[in-house]
Write a protein that binds this ligand. Structure first.
Ligand SMILES: [Zn+2]
Length: 116
């Protein structure tokens, strides 16, 4: 029941345009995607790590299905768990040069009560 005058997305933009709650995770919209072919790339299960207090960079690590070694990366644009997940999910090129499909297997958020 939206008014039809709402052409450009309208007043929903509250600062972060990419924060659409309806966006399906199967829909790859990451900036690193270079092909739109419906190819199924090998899946890499990512562990996502929250930054320590005073730090702001989320990072992730996974075992590469191509080369069998570990790769890691940083998510410098991420500001919280939600943006970090959105930034990491999707098709990427790994350090060994192959494309893979990253999915978040677990998130290490830290425990604020333990941070001294
Ligand atoms: Zn690799």
């Amino acid at each position: 029941m939206h008014p039809p005058a709402n052409e450009n997305g309208g007043p929903r933009a509250t600062g972060n345009r990419r924060n659409e709650p309806n966006a399906h995770q199967t829909q790859v919209r990451a900036a690193t995607v270079q092909t739109e072919l419906p190819v199924r790339h090998p899946v890499a299960h990512v562990s996502l790590y929250a930054p320590h207090a005073g730090r702001r960079t989320w990072w992730f690590a996974y075992r590469c299905p191509h080369c069998s070694y570990g790769h890691r990366g940083e998510l410098r644009q991420a500001t919280d768990e939600e943006t970090a997940e959105k930034a990491v999910i999707g098709v990427r090129r790994s350090r060994c040069g192959k494309r893979l499909w990253l999915v978040v297997a677990r998130v290490y958020r830290g425990n604020e009560g333990m941070a001294a």
